[in-house]
Design a protein around this ligand. Structure first.
Ligand SMILES: [Zn+2]
Length: 336
C-alpha cells in the first residue's frame, strides 16, 4: 500500500483547507506536508479522508508526539522512517553487523519462519550495504516464480528496484535482481560473469537454502556462480541436517550433535516458538490433520505423510511442505 499522496491529492487538500495549515492556520508554502491523521505506521490509510495539509513545523511536532518518523539507524545508515523493526530483526542485524559489516565474514545463515518478516530483514540488509557503498548489486535467489514476483514487489517499498523476470537483465537500470534457482542453474556462467564485472561487490541472498545441496544441480550452479561474491546471506525455514550431502559446500558450517548427526550452524534463529510467543503465527495442532505431502530433495520428488515419515529429517521435510504458504494443505486448514 502506498504511503505518499500524489500531486492531485495534494492540490485537492490545499484547496479544501484554503491553502492554510490545518493545525496553526499559517499560510502553506511550497513543500507543505500532508499528514496521515491516523499515522501510516498505525494502519492509517493513504486517502483523502485520513489526510490534512500541515506546515513543516506542525507536522514535526505531531510526528514527535505520535512516534512517527522516528527513523532507525542501522550501522550508521538511516532506514526509511516507515520501517518499525521487530525485536528479532534488530537482534539479528546486530549479529550480522558484528560478523559481516564490522568483521570480514562473508556468510550468514538466518532461520526465520514464514510470517516473521524475513523479506523486510533482507531488504534492510541490502539497503544498508548499498548505502555504505559496500555493494553495487544484489542477487536474490528464490525457489519459485511466484516468490520472485512477490519479492521484487515487496522490495519497492524500500525503493529497491530489482529486476525480476526471465528476460536478460538490464544492469544499469536496477539495484539488483531476483532469480529462481532453476533460472540460476540455466544461466550460471552469466551470473558468475556478472559478479566478476562488479568486482565481487555483490550481496547474494539464498532464500530457503535447504533446497540446495552439493549433490543436486541447483546447489552446484549456486556455488559455481557465486564464489566471487563478497557477501552471502542464507535463509531457511528450519535447521537442516546433513548426512553426507552438504548444502552449498564450504559456505555453511555444521555441528555434530551427541547422536552423531550433523546439523547446520545458525547465526540467528527465529523459530516457531518465538513466533507464536510474539503472535506472528498461531500455534497449529497437528494430530487433527493428516495428509500426503510432496517435497523436493535433491532432484527427486518424495511423497510422504507425517505418519509414514520415519526419520526426524523426513518429518521436518513434511512439516516444511505442510507449512509452506504455497502448499495446498495449509490453504485447506485456513479454509476450515
Ligand atoms: Zn502549522
Amino acid at each position: 500500500m502506498r504511503r505518499n499522496f500524489n500531486k492531485s491529492e495534494r492540490q485537492t487538500l490545499y484547496n479544501a483547507y484554503f491553502g492554510l495549515c490545518a493545525i496553526c492556520g499559517c499560510k502553506l508554502r511550497e513543500g507543505f506536508h500532508i499528514d496521515h491523521i491516523i499515522p501510516w505506521s498505525k494502519g492509517g490509510k493513504t486517502e483523502l479522508s485520513n489526510a490534512q495539509p500541515l506546515c513543516p513545523s506542525c507536522n514535526l511536532k505531531k510526528s514527535n508526539r505520535t512516534g512517527e518518523n522516528m527513523a532507525q539507524t542501522w550501522s550508521g545508515v538511516t532506514l526509511p522512517d516507515w520501517f518499525r523493526p521487530r525485536e528479532w530483526q534488530e537482534e539479528a542485524f546486530k549479529i550480522y553487523e558484528q560478523k559481516c559489516i564490522g568483521g570480514d565474514e562473508a556468510n550468514f545463515l538466518l532461520q526465520a519462519c514464514p510470517g516473521a518478516g524475513k523479506t523486510h530483514f533482507i531488504c534492510a540488509v541490502i539497503y544498508v550495504l548499498q548505502k555504505l557503498n559496500y555493494i553495487d548489486w544484489a542477487i536474490i535467489c528464490v525457489p519459485g516464480d511466484h516468490l520472485r514476483t512477490q519479492f521484487a514487489r515487496d522490495a519497492l517499498e524500500w525503493k529497491l528496484d530489482l529486476f525480476g523476470t526471465t528476460k536478460p537483465c538490464v544492469v544499469d537500470d536496477y539495484d539488483g535482481e531476483v532469480v529462481t534457482y532453476p533460472q540460476l542453474d540455466n544461466g550460471k556462467s552469466t551470473y558468475k560473469q556478472r559478479i566478476h564485472s562488479f568486482r565481487g561487490r555483490v550481496l547474494i541472498i539464498g532464500d530457503e537454502i535447504h533446497h540446495l545441496s552439493d549433490q543436486n544441480s541447483w546447489g552446484e550452479g549456486f556455488t559455481f556462480a557465486f564464489s566471487e561474491a563478497r557477501y552471502r546471506l542464507f535463509t531457511t525455514g528450519t535447521p537442516f541436517r546433513s548426512d553426507n550431502e552438504k548444502i552449498v559446500g564450504e559456505w555453511i558450517t555444521y555441528e555434530v550433535t551427541n547422536r552423531g548427526d550433523r546439523v547446520c550452524s545458525l547465526n540467528y534463529r527465529y523459530g516457531y516458538d518465538s513466533a507464536v510467543k510474539d503472535g506472528v503465527v498461531r500455534p497449529i495442532v497437528f494430530p487433527e490433520y493428516d495428509g500426503r505431502f510432496e517435497y523436493w530433495k535433491g532432484d527427486k520428488i518424495y511423497q510422504k505423510s507425517f505418519e509414514e515419515a520415519e526419520t526426524h529429517l523426513e518429518q521436518s521435510y513434511c512439516l516444511q511442505t505442510a507449512l509452506s504458504i504455497e502448499g495446498e494443505w495449509i490453504k485447506d486448514i485456513i479454509k476450515e
